[in-house]
Design a protein around this ligand. Structure first.
Ligand SMILES: [Zn+2]
Length: 237
């Protein structure tokens, strides 16, 4: 992707640069994960001051010459600020953690879906004035699914059988009894847990807020996520 890009952007990390500038690293709708330099952002007269902010969507213009470099923002306009939960520390932490996962796993081909998912999460957290644990885990499951590591939880990931008895992070999901034999990290799962995973996968964020996730389900999601992020890191090295 090269040339002048006009797209929507949600910053995830902010890095101070020189005296008055900031670098925003985040996700765009059309150009994947980018680092954008906002020159003179902190100056009172800056045209883009306040037009880009954490947990907000902005319309940005920037020029791409080389995909690895930091691109200078030509223009920016704030579109939505989802700040309803900003006073709640736990909520801010959960939304930031989701952002960090997004930076790690988003490739250009899935950027549009991930962007829309993160925007959806922020919108609901803003409306509810909270990002609950359930929203957080719902987002993780959906992100892993888009990244292709979280298959439909109703079938064995190896043979497609619908009689699932185990789940294995190394296999990347649920397994039937026969396929589970070759995975030492397998854990027995109850049908209730699979139902919860499936619910988090298919329901929208609004419905997820009125749902309670059990600790065992959270453990499994954490295991699957850690396994995937580790795999990703290995392949990136
Ligand atoms: Zn199987």
């Amino acid at each position: 992707m090269k040339g002048l890009i006009k797209t929507h952007f949600i910053p995830i990390r902010i890095i101070p640069f020189m005296d008055s500038s900031l670098i925003f690293q985040g996700i765009t709708e059309d150009a994947g994960i980018v680092s954008l330099l906002a020159r003179g952002y902190k100056r009172p007269k800056s045209r883009i001051r306040g037009e880009i902010d954490i947990f907000s969507v902005s319309s940005v213009h920037f020029f791409i010459k080389d995909t690895r470099e930091v691109h200078t923002i030509r223009d920016a306009r704030l579109v939505y600020a989802f700040h309803g939960f900003i006073e709640n520390y736990e909520s801010v932490k959960r939304c930031s953690d989701i952002g960090r996962i997004i930076i790690k796993i988003t490739t250009l081909d899935i950027a549009k879906s991930i962007f829309s998912l993160y925007k959806g999460l922020l919108r609901v957290a803003h409306g509810k004035k909270r990002c609950t644990e359930e929203l957080y885990y719902g987002a993780v499951v959906k992100i892993l699914h888009i990244a292709g590591v979280f298959p439909p939880v109703t079938r064995c990931v190896k043979c497609g059988s619908t009689s699932i008895l185990y789940i294995s992070p190394a296999a990347g999901g649920p397994l039937c009894e026969k396929c589970a034999v070759s995975y030492p990290d397998k854990r027995k799962v109850e049908q209730g847990l699979l139902k919860e995973l499936f619910f988090l996968l298919v329901k929208d964020f609004e419905s997820i807020t009125s749902f309670k996730v059990h600790d065992k389900t959270k453990d499994i999601i954490n295991m699957l996520m850690k396994e995937h992020l580790y795999e990703y890191k290995k392949s990136a090295d």
